[in-house]
Design a protein around this ligand. Structure first.
Ligand SMILES: Cc1cc2nc3c(=O)[nH]c(=O)nc-3n(C[C@H](O)[C@H](O)[C@H](O)COP(=O)(O)O)c2cc1C
Length: 189
């Protein structure tokens, strides 16, 4: 099942809801993409698609930012996603919500994730992540996505394993998660 995705042509897009270059959520999605055998180009950093704080006035005067159009064009090419969201104050980061607000305006229909499946993760350096997971799921479902599975990873601190996940206590948990993701996507093919 896992090999099916690894060897097949079944592309999954991986990204996190963080704009931090040393993001732990980005670290985890990159690791999962590599484990599942996805092409490196299928992991993107949302930081590369910056946009101003959403304003209806700005949208009416200057339109959708070029980077958002570029991002939505890319999302259109996939129907399977693994998304990891940081938790900020019991919710998702403003950066992530702002990006979603913009992309919901980029097409005639705001449901830009219609017919798309997402496996959702929240990685936190403390015990949390469940609020981010819930809020992100609610928003992504509103934009049309089907959430296939979800998981939090708590107490994730890369300084404790020098950033090398392979040598960390999370290695086997992440291997299991890679299998679970493959399993979810395989079953719904
Ligand atoms: C403004 C702010 C609020 C935060 N609130 C929470 C929180 O509610 N729950 C939590 O588990 N972590 C919280 N954190 C810690 C983040 O989970 C931590 O910074 C994490 O590394 C962010 O993910 P990233 O590295 O992928 O960007 C907060 C961090 C910031 C900067």
């Amino acid at each position: 099942m896992y090999e099916d995705i690894k060897n097949g042509n079944d592309r999954i897009l991986f990204f996190s809801g963080s704009n931090h270059s040393a993001s732990i959520n980005q670290l985890v999605v990159s690791h999962l993409a590599k484990t599942i055998g996805q092409d490196q180009a299928n992991t993107i950093h949302l930081k590369s698609f910056p946009s101003p704080v959403y304003s209806l006035e700005d949208e009416q005067t200057t339109g959708i930012p070029d980077k958002i159009t570029e991002l939505v064009d890319l999302l259109d090419q996939f129907d399977k996603f693994v998304v990891a969201v940081p938790e900020y104050n019991g919710s998702v980061p403003g950066f992530f919500k702002n990006t979603l607000d913009w992309i919901s305006r980029a097409r005639k229909n705001y449901r830009v994730f219609q017919n798309k499946k997402i496996f959702l993760i929240a990685v936190s350096p403390v015990g949390g992540g469940s609020f981010a997971l819930k809020h992100a799921g609610d928003i992504l479902r509103r934009l049309g996505a089907e959430i296939l599975g979800e998981q939090t990873i708590g107490n994730f601190n890369p300084s404790q394993f020098n950033g090398d996940i392979d040598k960390s206590e999370f290695f086997s948990e992440l291997q299991g998660m890679a299998y679970s993701i493959s399993d979810h996507f395989y079953k719904t093919k």
